[in-house]
Each structure stands twice: as C-alpha cells, then as structure tokens.
Ligand binder design. Structure first.
Ligand code: HEC
Ligand code: HEC
Length: 279
C-alpha cells in the first residue's frame, strides 16, 4: 500500500515536471509596424513559398505539400491571409511566436517539419516585416489537411521536450567572419534554413550540428572541404540552377533556387562566401 502511494506520488511529480517542461511559453516582442517591401525579401530568402505555395501560384499560400518523415507524414497548412482557413487576423506577435518559437496562438507546439529551429535565429523585426508582406498576398479558402502521425508523436505536448534540446538560438559557425560572411550566415543558417536539408539528423530528428552541411544520402555536402566549387560558381548555381558542369538543380533544391534567385545578387554572393567558410 505504502509502495503504491509512493509510486503514485512519484508519478504525480513526474507528470507535474513533464507538464511544466512542456508548457509552451510565448514571448512578447517590441515590434515596429512591418515594412512589406523588406518583408518580400525575407519571404524569398526564407523560402516560405517552397512548402506553402500552391502548385500553380507560389504566392497563393494554400499549402498541401506533404513531407514524409520517420515520425509520420506532415502536410503544409494554409497560411494565406484568409481569416477562416489561413492565418488572417493573427497579430504580428502571434506570427513571430509561430515562426521563431514554434508556438501556435492557442499555445500548442508545432512540429519541426516547419523549420522554426532555423528561423529562431532571425531578427524578430524581419519576421514582422514578412507578415506585413504576407498580409498583402491573395487569400485562399482551401482548408488545411490534417497530418498523418501515429502515437506517441501525435501528442504535441511531447514536442516541448524535443524543443528543450533542439530549439536553440546562437550561430553554428562562429569565429572571425567578415561582414559579408556574417550576412551570408544570417541568410543561410536563419532564413534560408540550408541546414534543414544539408545537415544529417540524429535519431530524435534534430540536426547534428557537429556534421553541419555535410550532407547524407541523396543530399550533397556543401561545406568547403567537400564542395570544390568557387564562391562565384556557388552564387551562379543559386541564381540559375546551373552547376559548373552545366547540370541543373533538381528536386527540392530547384524550389530553393526559385526563391533565392529573386534576391539581390549580393545576397547570394554572401551565402556563397559563408558556405566557403564552413569547415
Ligand atoms: C520545409 C517546409 C516548410 C517551410 C520552408 C515553411 N513551412 Fe510553415 N509549416 C510547415 C509545416 C509542415 C507546418 C505544420 C506544422 C504543425 O502543424 O505542427 C507549418 C506551419 C506553419 C504555420 C502555422 C499555421 C497554423 O495554421 O497554425 C505558419 C504560420 C507557417 N508555417 C508559416 C511559415 C512561414 C512564414 C514560412 C517562411 C518563413 C514557412 N512557414 C516555411 C512547413 C514549412
Ligand atoms: C529543401 C531541402 C534543401 C534546402 C532547404 C537547401 N538545399 Fe541545397 N540541395 C538540396 C538537394 C536535394 C540538392 C541536390 C540537387 C540535385 O540533385 O540536383 C541540393 C544541392 C545543392 C548544391 C549543389 C551541390 C552539388 O554538389 O551538386 C548547393 C551548392 C546547395 N544545394 C546549396 C544550398 C544552400 C546554400 C542552401 C540554403 C540557402 C540550400 N542548398 C538549401 C536540398 C536543399
């Protein structure tokens, strides 16, 4: 009997601990009103359209693209400004909490198939500018489809523990970087989320930052020791999709280039300069 009481007691303490650790804590931000022109560049750099854009118009963010993972299949939701089916009516603060902390307006955790672990490194004001731009895009009334995820991964609460381990801010590549390399790091590590595809993941699905941009399987390595392209060749690839041997980019990389190629040329040069600094 005493044993049972102790057991239940421990269980209660364990549960209370789990509850505290996994509670979503949205942050408050001092944001200036968003600038849609700057927001358009954030949108292109961050590739929101790659996952949320509809098949026939990248600016209609009705979602629907599917992502198969070891944990289940995720479906990109509608994030157009439609008030019912999209995210119209969200405040800038709710939007920044979603994109940078993976927390919904109702206080639930998002799955990291939404790459907020990269976006968390961005400047909150850039994300507020992004919202001002997205507010001007066409609304879509296509309903979001549910994810197909089994137990225990369907319990979003548990993602709170995952985030304690994997949601960090701070840069992966540190040290003496030139201003251009720092800009490139911002574009690559935060907005462009290059690591989400080019860095191998551990068993829990988090990025293994010790193997930063080393690639795995069908994803090529792009660090300076394994990719022997010059910075100009990398910038050219990010502009036209052509490799130095006149192959063209395929798969998801083509979608990345579709967005990145719209940035001013010096932004792509900065990404290339950064990539050349990754050991
Ligand atoms: C790699 C694909 C991918 C990219 C890139 C991506 N998202 Fe998402 N996004 C998702 C997925 C998958 C979800 C669903 C997450 C969940 O339900 O937990 C999501 C969810 C969201 C949500 C929550 C919507 C809701 O109804 O609660 C918002 C807001 C959002 N994304 C905005 C953005 C913005 C803004 C960008 C660009 C800065 C972006 N996403 C880039 C895949 C992506
Ligand atoms: C959604 C996943 C994804 C993201 C995000 C992504 N890449 Fe890629 N990348 C790929 C894939 C897949 C390939 C292989 C393309 C092919 O086979 O044609 C690739 C290829 C490349 C190559 C060519 C390497 C070679 O040896 O052929 C470079 C350079 C590159 N990516 C740079 C980047 C940079 C820089 C970023 C961030 C701005 C980035 N990628 C973001 C998936 C991605």
């Amino acid at each position: 009997m005493r044993f049972l009481a102790a057991f239940l007691g421990l269980g209660a303490i364990g549960f209370a601990g789990f509850w505290m650790l996994t509670t979503a804590r949205p942050a408050s931000y001092a944001l200036l009103s968003g600038d849609p022109e700057r927001g358009e560049q954030v949108f292109d750099a961050a590739g929101c359209a790659s996952c949320h854009g509809s098949e026939d118009d990248r600016l209609v963010l009705s979602g629907g693209m599917e992502f198969k993972t070891d944990f289940g299949t995720f479906v990109a939701p509608n994030i157009s400004p439609d008030p019912e089916h999209g995210i119209g009516g969200w405040t800038p603060e709710q939007f920044v909490n979603a994109v940078q902390r993976g927390i919904s307006p109702e206080g639930r955790h998002y799955y990291p198939a939404f790459p907020y672990t990269s976006y968390s490194r961005a400047e909150p004001q850039d994300i507020a500018d992004l919202k001002a731009y997205m507010d001007m895009l066409p609304p879509s009334a296509v309903p979001s489809r549910p994810h197909r995820v089994g137990f225990p991964f369907n319990i979003r609460r548990g993602l709170g523990l995952w985030k304690l381990v994997y949601l960090r801010d701070g840069w992966v590549i540190e040290g003496d970087l030139t201003l251009e390399e720092q800009r490139g790091r911002y574009l690559a590590e935060a907005l462009g989320h290059c690591g989400e595809c080019h860095t191998p993941r551990g068993i829990a699905g988090g990025l293994d930052t010790a193997r930063w941009l080393q690639g795995e399987g069908r994803i090529p390595a792009i660090n300076a020791s394994e990719l022997d392209w010059s910075a100009d060749e990398i910038a050219e690839y990010l502009t036209s999709g052509f490799t130095p041997d006149y192959d063209s980019a395929g798969g998801h990389m083509a979608l990345v280039i579709e967005n990145i190629s719209r940035l001013p040329a010096q932004e792509r040069a900065a990404i290339a300069a950064y990539v050349k600094r990754v050991p």
